[in-house]
Design a protein around this ligand. Structure first.
Ligand code: Q6P
Ligand code: ZN
Length: 672
């Protein structure tokens, strides 16, 4: 199952024909540099090239009014003067004799992408299009957009394929108000957008872009706005909104298809966004969405105006869609205070609609946003002098080339267990280092005759070393004693290697936690057994009522606790240990395995008990990067579990900044 790439040079054949400072950044080179970067990095060749088509009148009318369509149809015949005049009735947009043709191709490209994914021709894909779409409304062009490509695609997907639920993720730095208006009262389309807002001072300066526009009537709760009230948002701010808002809600919503309004003006260097997230953050945003909807994801280009940053971000996105492991995320130092305020506001505004947010902190009785406007005005006066500084050119390092190891998944299996397709059977005893073998014999395999155990452990060690050298991406071993194998890897990693290890234990068996003292190992254990509260930053027991067998509680713990903690810790290896009594079902296990591969460049080593032969195929599939099956619509997590998780998050958020979901109390001032 491949990745579709849709591009046609024709969409570069229109441009601004007069002087307009607001529109001069929207240039044809945006597409050419993006496409050339995909070719140069060998990514275009790895994609399935799908041709564009023109959207038909019927397609366009799924979202737009007949009057508007008829008006746009006349633009190819207009004189320059008429085009200027026509343009004047809309905001921040320009027309050109060829833009109607391009706009039909842009919308048609999105539909071709939906068709390719829905018919199973490919798993996912990206369309590089101009003009963009998310600002365009039923009867109005706006913000460089003529037809609303993604909104049309969502309606089309629902109609043609009978989809019940479509998720639209708009990571462009502007608010796609056109998409919001289109689906405001529609519970079948969940629209999520983050956007530069600055308390309504930033374009398009709409009251309805704030966090309290949650959707209307039946659609209440299905519109999620995250306003950024400051510029300079970083990787941490973006990831924290994904972990604490978008992902939990998206899993609860359980979409049949994910559409992305993929604007890259939210990356560093963009003159419009003025944000500081690095281009490789899009590898993670993409990865985190790729296990929803059985992997059916269509990304459609929106904004992105820095001709260096844009192609880098596009490449990161496409390479991730192709299944290459994401690079290790850089400098995750926790969200800023303004982002935390936004997070607090959004979670609180949606707590009545989503059971995963039921426990979110309520807002103080006054509105933070109103109060913040006053503060913002004050700050603005103070910052007046810095104005030129913020316009300065940003510099950042080019993301390093992502090299995928030749072996994606290596398996250490006992005799008689078949190695699934696409995986490499691994037995390294031939070149086992005698020093290591002796050490294993002394420390772990006391029974001198148990050469089977010894062989397995030495294979494990050599597998870990090959992962460290990036010769192998991930591994899976069936062992006769998971606890012992786990200790063996932990000790080896802590002493012999320069690794930072994240150990994730699923199941009740007692695990030794004394190796977590040195800070080289973080251990998170999910179980149903009460354990005394540990005060150590590096040993985190998560105790759920039904352990890992309750999908919603477990997923809540994974998204809101394990992922943010894992991202902040930034391990070089993830050790995923499945205890024989884990009680976790295949689809949940595959989701966990898939999500964890966003860490440590996909270096995950899974340990399972020898008896669990049936789990090899589903686990291997997740390690190979196949999409995990969807979990179905989740019910509310148990109140006890929610309470446990919240207490844990509170206790840990001092040490782990990415666990925060509200702004620090200080500076919030008088409440009444
Ligand atoms: C921004 C217009 C320009 C003001 C100049 C799908 C992509 C977009 C469009 C932004 C239009 N204001 N300082 O559209 O969201 O990036
Ligand atoms: Zn934008």
């Amino acid at each position: 199952m491949g990745t579709a790439l849709i591009y046609d040079e024709e969409m570069t054949r229109y441009k601004l024909l007069w002087v307009d400072p607001a529109c001069k950044i929207e240039v044809p080179e945006r597409l050419t540099v993006s496409h050339e970067a995909l070719i140069k990095n060998g990514l275009a060749d790895r994609c399935v090239s799908v041709p564009v088509r023109e959207a038909t009148d019927a397609d366009i009318l799924l979202v737009h009014s007949e009057e508007y369509l008829e008006a746009v149809k006349k633009t190819p015949y207009m004189t320059l003067e008429d085009l200027k005049e026509f343009t004047l009735q809309y905001g921040d947009v320009y027309f050109h004799p060829n833009i109607y043709h391009c706009a039909k191709l842009a919308a048609g490209a999105a539909l071709q992408l939906v068709d390719s994914v829905m018919t199973g021709k490919v798993r996912n894909g990206m369309a590089l299009v101009r003009p963009p779409g998310h600002h365009s409304m039923s009867s109005a062009a706006n913000g460089f957009c003529v037809f609303n490509n993604v909104a049309i695609a969502a309606q089309y997907a629902k109609q043609k394929y009978g989809l019940k639920r479509v998720l639209i993720v708009d990571w462009d730095v502007h608010h796609g108000q056109g998409v919001q208006y289109c689906f405001e009262d529609d519970p079948s389309v969940l629209y999520f957008s983050w956007h530069r807002y600055e308390h309504q001072k930033f374009w398009p300066q709409l009251r309805e872009s704030d966090y309290d526009s949650v959707g209307k009537e039946k659609g209440a709760g299905f519109n999620i706005n995250v306003p950024w009230n400051k510029v300079g948002m970083k990787n941490s701010d973006y990831l924290s909104v994904f972990c604490h808002v978008l992902l939990p809600v998206a899993y609860e919503f359980c979409p049949d298809l994910v559409l992305v309004c993929a604007g890259f003006d939210s990356a560093i260097g963009d003159p419009e966004g003025e944000m500081c997230a690095s281009p490789d953050i899009f590898a993670h945003l993409t990865h985190l969405l790729m296990n929803l909807a059985g992997g059916k994801l269509c990304a459609v280009l929106e904004g992105g105006y820095n001709l260096t940053s844009l192609p880098q971000s596009v490449c990161q996105t496409v390479q991730t869609l192709l299944g290459d492991p994401a690079p290790r995320p850089a400098n995750l130092d926790g969200p800023c205070e303004s982002a935390l305020e936004s997070l607090h506001c959004v979670r609180s505004a949606h707590r009545q609609y989503w059971s995963c947010l039921k426990h979110a902190a309520k807002l103080p009785t006054f509105e933070i946003s109103t109060k913040r406007v006053k503060l913002a005005e004050e700050e603005e006066r103070l910052e007046k002098g810095d104005e030129e500084k913020s316009q300065e050119e940003q510099v950042w390092p080019e993301p390093p080339k992502r090299v995928t190891p030749p072996i994606r998944a290596a398996l250490v299996l006992p005799n008689g267990v078949a190695c699934p397709d696409g995986c490499e059977s691994f037995g390294a005893s031939e070149d086992a280092d005698p020093v290591i073998v002796n050490k294993l014999r002394e420390n772990f395999v006391k029974d001198a005759d148990d050469c089977h155990a010894l062989t397995t452990l030495s294979s494990l060690i050599s597998l870990v070393e090959k992962m460290e050298k990036n010769e192998i991406c991930s591994g899976l071993a069936l062992v006769c004693d998971v606890s012992m194998a786990m200790m063996c890897v932990v000790q080896h990693a802590a002493t012999a290697l320069s690794k930072r290890l994240l150990v994730v234990c699923v199941g009740d068996t007692a695990v030794p936690s004394d190796d977590t003292e040195n800070g080289k190992t973080v251990l998170v254990q999910f179980s149903s057994k009460e354990s005394e509260e540990q005060k150590c930053k590096y040993y985190i027991p998560v105790c759920l009522k039904k352990g890992c067998s309750d999908a919603s509680g477990f997923l809540q713990a994974v998204l809101g606790l394990l992922l943010p903690l894992g991202y902040e810790y930034d391990p070089s290896l993830v050790l995923l240990v499945r205890m024989p009594d884990s009680g976790v079902c295949d689809s949940v296990w595959q989701q966990l395995t898939g999500l964890l591969q966003g860490l440590a460049q996909g270096h995950t080593l899974v340990l399972m008990q020898e008896g669990e032969k049936e789990r090899v195929a589903p686990t291997a599939s997740a390690l190979l990067g196949d999409a995990a099956p969807s979990l179905g619509q989740l019910h509310s997590p148990l109140p006890e579990d929610v309470e446990v998780l919240e207490r844990l998050r509170h206790r840990l958020q001092g040490d782990w900044k990415l666990l925060q979901t509200t702004a620090p109390e200080t500076g919030r001032g008088d409440e009444h």
